[in-house]
Design a protein around this ligand. Sequence first.
Ligand code: ADP
Ligand code: MG
Length: 240
Amino acid sequence: MISFQNVNKHYGQFHVLKNINLEVQDGEVVVVIGPSGSGKSTMLRCINRLETITDGDLSVNGFKVNDKKTNINDLRKNIGMVFQHFNLYPHKTVLQNITLAPIKALGVDPKNAEETAMYYLEKVGIPDKAKSYPSQLSGGQQQRVAIARGLAMKPNVMLFDEPTSALDPEMIGEVLEVMKSLAKEGMTMVVVTHEMGFAKEVANRVVFMDQGQILEEARPSEFFANPKTERAQIFLKRVL
Ligand code: ADP
Ligand code: MG
């Protein structure tokens, strides 16, 4: 579903992604971990072309991401993304936040868009917040709205960039639970997170990045019990 082949990216002179090779299959949950500044967000953002790659091949859902002929809107229709800061529209209600893109980008009829929005709000556990504004919600609730908004586009891949890093500790669990249930239902997910418990429990594979490179890629049981590189060992000592 996602395939990086010898992908490099530079920010000016700075070589931020170094020869990335990564395959994500349909239904897989891949958790990306690594120190701050290692290129995790950049790698994720290349997938829906929020960043462009310098060379190599990157394909997603059969689209060649870096091909000029690829329509970005078509590429992005099937990719949901959830950020650390929820990025909800403050002056729109929860329901409007969720229905906006399906109506504007997919041409879904407003009535249907609302039904779909309610379905996903139920799924993330806050149907009663449909008429609220983001500022009236807790951080955990706002992030669950952001997830529902992503899902309402019916993507076949969901990308998460540190979705719980901006949350108070007591709200982290409710967001991870939603992500866990998504994973159980077979959603293909790439998740950047520092939540090692989530990685252990939910990931099919863990990818460890450092200084723009993928240094290790393994099943979580194997990676956490027996990290092979010294840099992963040092990283795990710090976070576990
Ligand atoms: P991570 O998500 O692992 O913390 P990032 O992908 O955000 O890492 O950043 C990787 C490196 O690229 C960092 O050194 C960061 O400062 C740099 N970087 C990120 N975005 C930009 C940008 N738009 N322009 C220049 N450098 C950037
Ligand atoms: Mg980041």
